[in-house]
Design a protein around this ligand. Structure first.
Ligand SMILES: NC(=O)c1ccc[n+]([C@@H]2O[C@H](COP(=O)([O-])OP(=O)(O)OC[C@H]3O[C@@H](n4cnc5c(N)ncnc54)[C@H](OP(=O)(O)O)[C@@H]3O)[C@@H](O)[C@H]2O)c1
Length: 320
């Protein structure tokens, strides 16, 4: 449902609530993650898709008014200023979207007693660690994008909203967005040789798995049940990526290897490892951004697919 249909459909809301549907507002609806969140939303949700131009999350007045009208039980914020390199020269705009945006949503969620899921990034870390980052590790972003995303996390945490999940993820790919997998799929059909950075290590995340993880988190019991002796409310920060660790070079090699098993004509024969210094970009990236998913796994009991398996799933879904 789009925002313009909200008023009309609103007349049926009481009936829907009586039928047990929970209203789920997905913000940034045309983005890559949002596309998957909307696709995977369980039937118990009535999904309301919010995006520009109808819904600008940086406008506190109009976004709060829209959300008050919709009265969602859950808000998932998939909107962000995501151009990591452009953010270096547009930090005020990145901060407006990535800090003021989640602040407005958190204010609305508090006002409406809704649960907010806000998506953040491994780029809040400096990459100096050599073991997986846990949620309590001190952030120290190296880029304007990373700083803006950290400000967004802080805005949610300091909003007074209790019912929030901040989900940090890394190296996201999936349908409906520009991403590394799509770039390599294209280049593999055009070039015999690729040169890919081998000294940045992290973990790819398939949007399908992340969307599933978000629903697993929202599904956790949020209030103490009957007879519970002790109960820890599940809210706070969680890390989520696929299982495993690789460099961008490893990732590219696996994409090309999997592509060669399809009917897609692949030109690439050589994938040369290069250093970050050989491929200068405006924004510095963390050299190591592997995140521990222990907290998520303990909370949900869910099994996280290895990144290679999820890549297979994605390539199969592309019909290549
Ligand atoms: N992509 C990655 O590798 C990666 C890695 C780690 C974390 N993340 C985080 O994961 C989340 C989802 O990323 P993604 O790659 O799915 O993003 P994406 O495809 O770039 O989509 C971002 C969406 O945000 C919307 N948006 C931007 N400014 C807005 C505003 N003022 N009001 C309303 N909507 C606005 C955009 O709308 P328009 O279409 O109108 O521009 C777009 O639909 C983000 O929080 C991102 O920081 C991403």
């Amino acid at each position: 449902m789009t925002l313009t249909n909200v008023q009309k459909d609103f007349e049926n809301n009481d009936k829907r609530v009586a039928e047990g549907k929970r209203r789920l507002a997905v913000v940034g609806a045309s983005g890559m993650l949002a596309t998957m969140v909307q696709r995977l939303a369980p039937d118990k949700y009535e999904v309301i898709s919010l995006g520009r131009p109808g819904f600008d999350l940086t406008n506190a007045t109009t976004s709060l008014a829209s959300l008050r009208e919709i009265r969602p039980h859950v808000i998932i914020n998939c909107a962000a200023y995501t151009d990591v390199d452009d953010a270096e020269s547009n930090e005020p705009l990145a901060n407006l979207v990535n800090q003021e945006g989640p602040r407005n949503l958190a204010t609305a969620a508090k006002d409406l007693d809704a649960t907010l899921v806000h998506v953040s990034t491994d780029y809040v870390f400096d990459g100096e660690k050599a073991t997986p980052y846990v949620e309590s590790d001190p952030p120290n972003p190296r880029s304007a994008y990373g700083r803006s995303k950290l400000l967004g996390e802080e805005a949610v945490k300091s909003s007074g909203l209790e019912r929030y999940f901040i989900v940090r993820t890394s190296w996201l790919y999936g349908a409906g967005g520009k991403n590394f997998v799509e770039t390599i799929i294209r280049l593999a059909q055009e070039r015999e040789e690729l040169r890919i950075v081998a000294d940045q290590v992290g973990t790819p995340t398939y949007s399908f798995d992340l969307a599933q993880a978000i629903f697993n988190l929202i599904d956790l019991p949020q209030e103490p049940g009957e007879g519970a002796q002790t109960f820890d409310r599940p809210f706070g920060i969680y890390h989520f990526a696929n299982e495993g660790v690789c460099s961008w070079h490893d990732f590219a090699c696996e994409i090309v290897a999997q592509l060669k098993k399809t009917t897609t004509p692949v030109k690439t024969e050589h994938i040369l490892p290069i250093g970050t210094a050989d491929y200068p970009l405006p924004a510095p990236r963390p050299a190591y951004s592997v995140m521990s998913k222990d907290k998520y796994q303990k909370a949900t009991g869910a099994i996280i697919p290895p990144w290679q398996k999820s890549l297979e799933h994605y390539i199969a879904s592309r019909g290549l």
